[in-house]
Design a binder for this molecule. Structure first.
Ligand code: PMV
Length: 320
């Protein structure tokens, strides 16, 4: 009664920011992301009928704060398997946790798959995706590799799929880490606050379907320029909505802004690169392979950057 899985984080180019009202953890709109190889979460779930309660050990430490999410993720799997045994979850990230590097996405994807294996229901990939979604709205995307779209219709039916496999477009991602600590504001409460109080939230949502359609088209045509323009705009729209919540959700630090300017300067000078920022101060530069050295060099020299990680597109979550 044990399962192990590996999943990679993903970086959103069309962001998910805001849930549907009264619909569990379902996002209000679709999103598009790149699954990052190299950075990974490895999770093992052991079922123990004698243990009294679920336990989570994250990066070698007992963690009670995220147990609620873990149980949300396990619930649909337990129900399907008809097995309510307590679970001991051990999860390790080889990159900064809770700092805007989508550790919740890779964490919940790895958890859903490993728990499904422990419970003997991992053959049902739709169920695994539903469990990942219950843990984190961006997690189903980490079940898939390459460039991934999560689309949702009016009725709230959703589907996640890979648009291009990891080898079908050689995109590279440089991550400028500008703060090594955990973020002060978790995305779940920040997006809820944005939905409730930002004057820009409805405008943000209205644009999402068109942005997702345009991004899918740009990806299918491998149109880097089109994807750059759209991703940067979508990122800044999301942060504008978050920043205008009450109280504001401001994830940028000084180095975040410096990195954005550096990347824009490189792009103006002709390099195929664009930026995006998720719910944390780290900056992700997405580029074509020929620009990677120049981009990582420029980010390393930017004041406030602690280190630069690089990744290429990676595979979806898998049993380990
Ligand atoms: O799935 P969560 O709760 O970690 O929220 C993800 C929010 C963003 O990273 C900012 C956007 C996204 O689509 O991943």
């Amino acid at each position: 009664m044990q399962g192990s899985a590996v999943a990679h984080p993903n970086v959103a180019l069309v962001k998910y920011w805001g849930k549907r009202k009264a619909a569990g953890n379902l996002p209000a709109a679709g999103s598009l992301s790149l699954t990052l190889g190299r950075l990974s979460t490895r999770t093992t779930v052991r079922l123990d009928s004698a243990a009294g309660e679920d336990r989570l050990n994250l990066n070698g430490r007992e963690n009670r704060r995220d147990l609620g999410r873990v149980r949300d993720c396990l619930a649909p799997l337990r129900e399907r398997a008809g097995n309510a045994d307590a679970a001991a979850v051990e999860s390790i990230n080889d990159f900064p946790t809770g700092a805007g590097l989508a550790s919740s996405a890779s964490g919940m994807a790895a958890l859903a798959l490993s728990a499904a294996a422990a419970l003997g229901v991992d053959h049902d990939r739709e169920l695994v995706a539903r469990a990942a979604m219950a843990g984190s709205g961006s997690a189903p995307r980490s079940l898939f590799g390459g460039v991934v779209a999560l689309s949702i219709n009016e009725a709230g039916e959703w589907r996640c799929r890979s648009l291009l496999g990891p080898d079908e477009w050689p995109l590279k991602v440089a991550v400028a880490v500008t703060d090594g600590g955990a973020k002060a504001l978790d995305s779940r409460s920040a997006m809820e606050r944005t939905r409730r109080s930002s004057p820009f939230y409805s405008a943000w949502l209205r644009g999402q379907d068109a942005d997702l359609d345009d991004a899918c088209r740009a990806v299918e045509q491998r149109d880097f320029e089109q994807l750059s323009e759209l991703s940067e705009r979508n990122c800044l729209k999301m942060h504008a909505a978050a920043m205008s919540a009450r109280p504001p959700a401001l994830y940028f630090n000084g180095a975040t802004v410096e990195c954005i300017h550096r990347i824009r300067a490189l792009a103006r000078a002709g390099s195929p690169v664009f930026f995006t920022v998720d719910a944390g101060p780290q900056v992700k530069a997405v580029c074509l392979p020929e620009a990677l050295d120049e981009v990582t060099g420029a980010l390393r020299q930017t004041p406030g950057v602690l280190r630069v990680l690089t990744a290429e597109l990676g595979a979806g979550a898998r049993l380990a």
